[in-house]
Write a protein that binds this ligand. Structure first.
Ligand SMILES: [Ca+2]
Ligand SMILES: [Ca+2]
Ligand SMILES: [Ca+2]
Length: 131
């Protein structure tokens, strides 16, 4: 998969998952399970990138390889603006790439190279609080 995926970063990725994953009252664990491909209780960078790739593919409804505001959804507007470095109203692979590394690092609070359930929960909480 390509770089486009790399962006929407964890925060977005974990916070903006598809409606499919939101059946239960607390959607965080479902998202986490979806991202933790090998079910070792941690989302490492490769899993994260793969997850972001999927998110992007799912959300890129017009298949132009970029995510525009409608595709991302209004609930991620603040993050969208941060990622959209050139402010052209769409997120390119490059923009997503530039954002995903730092985002992953921010979520990996203990710096062990993987996001565990607690770290994901903290990030989701922080994301909610910033709205
Ligand atoms: Ca894993
Ligand atoms: Ca842009
Ligand atoms: Ca970690």
């Amino acid at each position: 998969m390509h770089a486009l995926a790399r962006i929407l970063i964890a925060g977005v990725a974990l916070a903006v998952l598809p409606a499919v994953a939101q059946v239960k009252t607390d959607p965080a664990p479902d998202r986490f399970d979806a991202a933790d491909a090998n079910h070792d209780g941690k989302v490492d960078r490769a899993e994260y990138d793969g997850f972001v790739d999927e998110m992007v593919l799912l959300r890129d409804t017009n298949r132009d390889g970029r995510l525009d505001r409608d595709e991302v959804g209004s609930h991620a507007a603040a993050r969208f603006d941060k990622i959209d470095a050139n402010h052209d109203g769409s997120l390119s692979f490059e923009e997503i790439d530039a954002f995903s590394g730092p985002d992953f690092a921010a979520m990996d609070a203990n710096g062990d190279g993987g996001i565990d359930r607690n770290e994901a929960a903290s990030a989701a909480k922080a994301d909610k609080a910033s709205k």
